[in-house]
Design a binder for this molecule. Sequence first.
Ligand code: HEC
Length: 151
Amino acid sequence: MTRTRRWISVTVVTVAAIVIWAAEPGASAHDGHKRKNAPASAKKLKNPSTANDETVSIGRKLFTQHCAVCHGEDGKSQTDVAKAMKIKPTDLTGKEMHGITDGEIYWVITNGIKPNRMPAFKLKASNEERWQLTVYVKHLMGEHSHTGAKH
Ligand code: HEC
């Protein structure tokens, strides 16, 4: 009995050690600051807002209000605030954004990229507004939001 118990506890400790060891590199690695800030789980989130004239224009207003100070009205991030930042705000119209999904944009807006000084908008904008902002970011990228609807 005790032998079995000891065996179990040794196994548990070993498994825990392996889990911690395996998780460590992922947790501490920081692959630069390019478009990889959102976790893999964010990729699949579906945008409930469809891109149309109305959502784009609402998104534009919210973008002016919350984001333009750093990213510029045009999303190119050529602002005085951007110039003063150590890690530059991403050019939202540029190559770095290629392949980013609605879910990843939404995640970044919601949670921010704190170590790099991109603020979180979880408390400053509603869920719906954050999806409308996502629609607008896609618009700046020259893409349509992928809402699951065919276009
Ligand atoms: C205080 C300045 C600041 C504000 C305000 C700001 N951002 Fe950012 N943003 C940044 C910085 C800095 C980065 C680059 C971070 C990095 O490279 O890790 C960034 C990166 C991004 C990215 C790229 C995501 C990625 O994974 O690299 C997106 C999309 C984005 N911002 C959207 C927005 C939107 C939308 C708003 C408004 C709701 C906003 N940002 C407001 C500073 C800002």
